[in-house]
Design a protein around this ligand. Structure first.
Ligand SMILES: Nc1ncnc2c1ncn2[C@@H]1O[C@H](COP(=O)(O)OP(=O)(O)OP(=O)(O)O)[C@@H](O)[C@H]1O
Length: 325
């Protein structure tokens, strides 16, 4: 568990909650809910990992155990080589955390002063602090509201402030719970570009939970999908498309109405009901590529236009959640 490149090592992680359900006027029944139920996970330095799943799947509970907020019921956890709960203070210096509902900023102080206080809390050398802050100011456009007290900031402005605050001490790993929830399009783009750039630099590992499919597509090379406390997928988004048979489609507009065979080298075509000159071919795995299909069509029919439609991530995630249930 102590290899230098492994930032998170988790095995058999479990968290149970005791919940009481009302069963009568004065009666309550005690049940045990396993919010996280045997999760194994390794995250290497520099990875950008999306930890996703439907509501109540166990994402936040996992992040809380990784950051030392909750004690696991069973299993082993090491983050930066440390056991999070007993080593919480040491861990705080090595991780950055952005959890939507919690703030590390001082509510009554302007952002700028919060950042300065954090430099003293973490004892960050002035030049390092200044360099990191400069990058955040530029990429997240902080200057226009850096002198505003945190309580007066909009959600998007505060989130940009929280991200900065989480990074100023140079953490090895950043945990983000729904960093783009509730933000407008412009703020979402700013946060995504910032995270993509942070990941590209390669020195900060990022773990992100999100329900935003654009976050997943744009940011997460590796996806870990959790449902009912279990990991149900660990791999790339492409692997997920492959697993659920998602298909790229080639839409061709022809000079004349289509009258040929609708199965071309395994790519099956469908005529648009309204327009017999528009045919949509679905490319199944292992069948012809889009290039081969278009080349074959070009020798037999007149082509007016060709477009390729990528599989919809929304469909594949919905199918994954449905089969996991
Ligand atoms: N403090 C708690 N006491 C009792 N049950 C809890 C507690 N915290 C979480 N749970 C339960 O554990 C399960 C997992 O919750 P968790 O918040 O980890 O899910 P999540 O994947 O983050 O969901 P969401 O996407 O809705 O934020 C849920 O069934 C939830 O009701």
């Amino acid at each position: 568990m102590s290899e230098s490149n492994t930032v998170v090592a988790v095995s058999g992680l479990r968290k149970e909650f005791v919940v009481y359900k009302k069963t009568g006027r004065l009666k309550r029944e005690k049940t045990v809910v396993a919010a996280v139920d045997g999760v194994d996970l390794r995250i290497e330095r520099g990875e950008m990992l999306g930890y996703i799943g439907p509501n109540g799947a166990g994402k936040s509970t996992t992040l809380k155990m990784l950051t030392g907020i909750l004690t696991p019921s069973a299993g082993e956890v090491r983050v930066c080589g440390l056991e999070p709960v007993p080593r919480r203070i040491a861990l705080t210096r090595r991780i950055g955390v952005v959890f939507g509902q919690r703030s590390v900023l001082w509510w009554d102080l302007p952002l700028r002063e919060s950042f300065d206080l954090l430099r003293h809390v973490f004892r960050v050398p002035a030049d390092e602090h200044a360099a990191r802050l400069r990058r955040c100011r530029e990429m997240l456009d902080l200057d226009e509201f850096a002198d505003t007290p945190v309580r007066q900031l909009s959600l998007g402005q505060r989130m940009r402030g929280e991200l900065t605050a989480a990074l100023l001490h140079g953490p090895e790993i950043l945990f983000l719970d729904e960093p783009t929830i509730g933000l407008d399009v412009v703020s979402k783009q700013a946060v995504r570009s910032f995270l993509a750039e942070t990941a590209r630099r390669g020195d900060t590992t990022i773990v992100l939970t999100t329900h935003d499919l654009a976050d997943i597509e744009r940011l997460c090379k590796r996806l870990v999908v959790i449902d009912h406390g279990h990991v149900v997928h660990d791999g790339t988004l492409d692997a997920l498309h492959h697993r659920y048979g998602s298909r790229r489609q080639v839409v061709v507009d022809l000079e004349d109405p289509w009258s040929g065979d609708l199965d071309l080298g395994g790519a099956v075509g469908e005529i648009d009901g309204e327009d017999p000159r528009r045919v949509t071919f679905s490319l199944t795995n292992g069948a012809s590529t889009a290039g081969e299909l278009v080349a074959r069509l070009a020798t037999t029919v007149g082509l007016r236009d060709v477009s390729i439609v990528e599989p919809d991530i929304e469909d594949v995630i919905a199918r994954l959640y449905a089969t996991a249930r």
